[in-house]
Design a protein around this ligand. Sequence first.
Ligand code: KIV
Length: 275
Amino acid sequence: MYKHLQERYAPRPPVNVGTLVKMRAEGEKIACITAYDASFATLVDDAGVDVVLVGDSLGMVVQGHDTTVPVTLDDIIYHCRAVARGLYRPFLMADMPFMTYASREQALENAVRLMQDGGAKMVKLEGGASQIEIVEFLASHDIAVCAHLGLKPQSVHKVGGFRVQGREEEAAERMLKDAQALEAAGADIVLLECIPAALGKHITEQLHVPVIGIGAGPDTDGQILVLYDVLDITSGRKPKFSKNFLAGHDSALEAVKAYTQAVKTKEYPGPEHCF
Ligand code: KIV
């Protein structure tokens, strides 16, 4: 009870949207990572990450699917509740799974479930111009939103694979316009996945909200990676932008600390992780 009064005096109070905006303004890189259970949530909190995402990547790394498409809202809520119990400081963001935000009403109802049942503080949804109305509607109900652009894994069957996006001038321009429109619609942060580093830099410079990148180069305001890639648990081919931080460290905690430090000091991502 009255946890907020204790938190006010904590040395590092919980992160919120305002903290992320301040970090961008002050040039402090935002370290983000995924988590899917309470034990790892506590570990990544102890390692000093700022934002934790319960991503629909859980469909691939936890459930063993080939894509994120089969993940349901109940799946995310189940994992989000577990993660929420393990976290103190990081800001908790949850993915809206495939086809859970196809209309404004559906998006609102499902975002409310992620927050009330799952404990999420922000919802993330994939999409460009087609999601403007949805983002506007959620924002008008004071729901914190992250707009995910670039490679959108939920569209994998439509785009034909996990590919770098925005290489052509026209596609790059469209992505910038979409990002600006989503910001104007009320998106609190933008996440860019798998795009050329130069485009990641350009979009970050043109926006006013914090921009988090994954395979989007070193110049976004923060970085996010899938926890299992950081710990080198993911089997098979690894994405070019991922890095095994367990190498050279003797525990998962030290590995996530090394990732957080590398983001903060701008050592990660290096040129070898960029497109
Ligand atoms: O689902 C997920 O984990 C994500 C990250 C890869 C950004 O969307």
